[in-house]
Design a protein around this ligand. Structure first.
Ligand code: SF4
Length: 303
């Protein structure tokens, strides 16, 4: 039996035709940029690329950490490409994006963790068009509040930082991270810049209990986190943590209800939900409450 045959029916996806992905792939090739979609082997890559979107990965493609669930290459970091901000802006222009998600590998080797390159990337996009909405999905900067402030003072529309999993799994899943440090980052952002929306996300299926998920939701809410994403963990390579359970769609619905009852503005919860999947539609439709013509509520609920 293949790995795919073992998956429950709700996790089977049809891939879009290859030609639909080529435009985004060719722009990324021309601008010499990386995306987390490709580096992390995201199951939604086909769908996002065929809709003309992607999540830019800055600060190189080699991470200084080695999280147990992550497919991004780890090892000795590469020198920074100081022209990366302009390259991202050029790709944004070519792709005609109105909502941009920028993320990075974790660069514990850099004094500011790469915060200034995040800041320059925001500046480069805003120089192109100040109306473009920007979501930054940042690492924890090892808890350095000065690095966090470097990013926040550029005024991103959304400050996203993934908590990833329940605290019990941190030693295996995020050995170089800290649950409390991630919570503190979200709280610090909300306290110092209350108008910037905070977002987080985590995976289920690593063996967590329902109570642990509820506790995690409560912790995020207490930090003032505005909205979040919950998705099924899928093992990206054989040497990564195994999937302990495939969570049925009804259970995702349950977490959404429980969390929204706690006061989150919106929770995208479903098997294929990932941190930046449908980020633009969620931001406009569920957070700003502005209908977007390309947005389909059905699509968001339909994972
Ligand atoms: S910090 Fe962890 S999750 Fe993020 S890119 Fe590095 S290894 Fe992957």
């Amino acid at each position: 039996m293949t790995k795919d045959q073992r998956k429950p029916p709700w996790l089977k996806k049809r891939l879009p035709p290859l030609q639909d992905l080529l435009k985004v792939k060719s722009i990324l090739g021309e601008t010499d940029l990386h995306t987390v979609c490709e580096e992390a082997r995201c199951p939604n890559l086909g769908e996002c690329f065929s809709r003309g979107t992607s999540t830019f990965l800055i600060l190189g493609r080699v991470c200084t950490r080695d999280c147990g669930f992550c497919a991004v290459e780890h090892g000795a970091p590469v020198p920074l490409d100081e022209t990366e901000p302009e390259k991202v802006a050029l790709a944004v222009k070519k792709m005609n994006l109105q909502y941009v998600v920028i993320t990075s590998v974790t660069r514990d080797d850099l004094p500011d963790g790469g915060a200034s390159l995040f800041a320059k990337t925001i500046q480069a996009i805003r120089a192109l068009d100040p109306e473009i909405k920007i979501e930054v999905l940042i690492p924890d900067f090892q808890g350095d509040s000065i690095s966090l402030e470097i990013v926040l003072k550029e005024g991103p529309d959304v400050l996203n930082h993934n908590i990833e999993t329940v605290p019990r799994f941190y030693p295996n899943a995020r050995p170089q991270a800290s649950y409390n440090r991630s919570l503190d980052l979200l709280e610090g952002s909300k306290k110092s810049h209350p108008h910037i929306l905070t977002k987080s996300g985590f995976m289920v299926g690593l063996g967590e209990t329902k109570q642990e998920v509820v506790d995690l939701l409560q912790d995020l809410r207490e930090m003032g986190c505005d909205f979040l994403t919950i998705g099924q963990y899928l093992q990206p390579r054989p040497d990564r943590l195994p999937v302990v359970r495939y969570i049925p769609p009804e259970e995702f619905e349950e977490y959404k209800k429980v969390g929204e009852g706690m006061g989150f503005k919106f929770i995208a919860s479903g098997p294929f939900v990932r941190s930046s999947f449908h980020a633009e539609q969620i931001f406009h439709t569920h957070i700003l409450k502005i209908p977007v013509s390309s947005c389909s509520e059905q699509k968001i609920q339909d994972y």
